[in-house]
Write a protein that binds this ligand. Structure first.
Ligand code: NAI
Length: 456
């Protein structure tokens, strides 16, 4: 074996891994980054970026379809799947090129191949061994399925759904979480009949109940069917379609079944446990500094239990790199990471739901809900939705929850409020530009401070 050494060896070039590599290099470390596929990982190639491009194409289709409501004459004559794919791929290619340039400019050595952790802070790739003073594991996640539910043919994961070159006429989506509702939104906008099957009682069940209900209302209005509290039993497929049976004895037919029941950690067969890294149900066990149980081996991103989000991966990668460079960064707090689901309407949240706040503070919780019907800009762009702010009684804001088109862009204000433990009284004096959707947040803060303007 040929041995190579560096200060930092990063296994996995997705959001967490490449952020760690970039920051470590910026701080003067020599870095080797090992990637078996393409730099950028799931988010850039199979997740965030291509799906948000799809959602944008879907939004354009909806705008054309509803143009007459604002006096613009337009006809939606169809969706060109190849054109949508070309647009989407163009965005991904541009971002990929930019990332490769950045990695090269920082002097990071990229090794193409599948790495396997070995004892002694090293990663083997074929006949080469890359030994680091420190090793960062960032191998990401994969689409999970259910026991006995075989992916293939007309049964797809999100990767397969992205690769489809047709628009299904009818699609069933198993799982009403983030991936499920985003694809439901896209396909509905493209003209498909969509049925979501969700085992729990609500769509996006991790969100505040008011948010789930608002999204369910909006989806009903869009003609997206949801079978809530329904559990999958079996699927059969033919050349023409799928038949999905549910545990309640009913069955559904469609062209395709999308399985979106969560993502599992990509940690199998990579030598982790043999090298002394403890796993818990496949996730890498870390302490609050993201140290694994193997000396000088760290982990970031989706293999670390918690929110599986690219921006969390970035933050964790930067955090570990800064520690390795001898800085004293603050640990990445899970509680102030914003969550955005880019369906139409969007869902955005940060901090505690009302139910979670009540688990912590009992009755000493106040929640205020402002309906976007009272917000001029939301009326203008034709979106319905809510702003819900949860605070501790006479205390700080604990959670902010939004539903409505474009609200993903508003969550940063909620994040600052929650992160800085602001009281509504602190925020009430800050005026919001009129007419913006952000005014809805301002109204909620004013109301919680006891001085509602347009609200009762
Ligand atoms: P998820 O955990 O968000 O949702 C999975 C859903 O499937 C849950 O609601 C669950 O109750 C349901 N489910 C599980 N077993 C079922 C069964 N047998 N029958 C019916 N329903 C069942 O996972 P998802 O949507 O696959 O996303 C994976 C990860 O990717 C998430 O952690 C998410 O945060 C991340 N992601 C984030 C995006 C964003 O930030 N916009 C976009 C896409 C993915």
């Amino acid at each position: 074996m040929t041995e190579h050494t560096a200060d930092v060896v990063v296994l996995g070039g997705g959001s967490g891994g490449y952020a760690a590599a970039l920051r470590a290099a910026e701080l003067g470390k020599s870095v080797i980054l090992i990637e078996k596929d393409k730099l950028g990982g799931t988010c850039l190639h199979r997740g965030c970026i291509p799906t948000k491009a799809l959602l944008h194409a879907a939004e354009v289709a909806d705008h054309v379809r509803t143009a007459a409501s604002v006096g613009v004459t337009a006809t939606l004559s169809g969706i060109d799947p190849a054109g949508v794919t070309a647009y989407r791929d163009g965005i991904v290619a541009k971002k990929h090129k930019g990332l490769q340039g950045l990695i090269a400019a920082r002097g990071i050595e990229v090794v193409a191949g599948e790495g396997r952790l070995t004892a002694g802070r090293a990663v083997a790739v074929g006949d080469d061994l890359y030994r680091g003073t420190d090793v960062i594991l960032a191998t990401g996640s994969y689409s999970r399925t259910l026991p006995g539910l075989q992916i293939g043919g007309r049964v797809l994961t999100s990767e397969g759904a992205l690769a489809l070159d047709v628009i299904p006429e009818h699609v069933i989506i198993l799982g009403g979480g983030v991936i499920g509702v985003e694809f439901a939104s896209v396909w509905r906008s493209f003209g498909a009949e969509v049925t979501i099957v969700e085992a729990l009682d609500h769509l996006v069940p991790n969100e505040d109940i008011a948010v789930s209900k608002a999204l369910e209302r909006a989806f009903r209005k869009r003609g997206i069917a949801a079978r809530l509290g329904a559990r999958f039993a079996a699927v059969t497929q033919t050349d023409a379609g799928v038949a999905v049976s549910l545990e309640d004895g009913t069955s559904l037919d469609a062209d395709y079944l999308l399985v979106a029941v969560g993502r599992g950690p990509a940690s199998t067969g990579l030598g982790f446990e043999e090298a002394g890294v403890t796993l818990d149900r496949g996730f890498v066990t870390v302490d609050e500094r993201l140290r694994t149980t193997a000396d000088h081996v760290w982990a970031v991103g989706d293999i670390v239990p918690g929110l599986q989000l690219a921006h969390r991966g970035f933050a964790q990668g930067i955090f570990v790199a800064e520690q390795l460079a001898g800085l004293s960064p603050v640990a990445v707090p899970e509680s102030t990471i914003p969550r955005v689901t880019y369906s139409s309407p969007e869902v955005a949240s940060v901090g505690l739901t009302e139910a979670q706040a009540r688990e912590v503070h009992g009755e000493a919780v106040v929640a205020y809900e402002y309906n976007l019907a009272g917000n001029g800009k939301s009326e203008i762009i034709g979106t319905a939705g809510i702003v819900k702010v949860v605070r501790q009684q006479d205390g700080p804001i604990l959670g902010v929850h939004l539903v409505g088109d474009r609200v993903g862009e508003l969550i940063t204000e909620g994040q600052l409020a929650v992160g800085w433990e602001a009281h509504p009284d602190d925020l009430a004096p800050f005026i919001h530009a009129h007419p913006t959707q952000s005014e809805a947040l301002g109204e909620a803060f004013l109301a919680l401070a006891g001085k509602p303007l347009h609200a009762l």
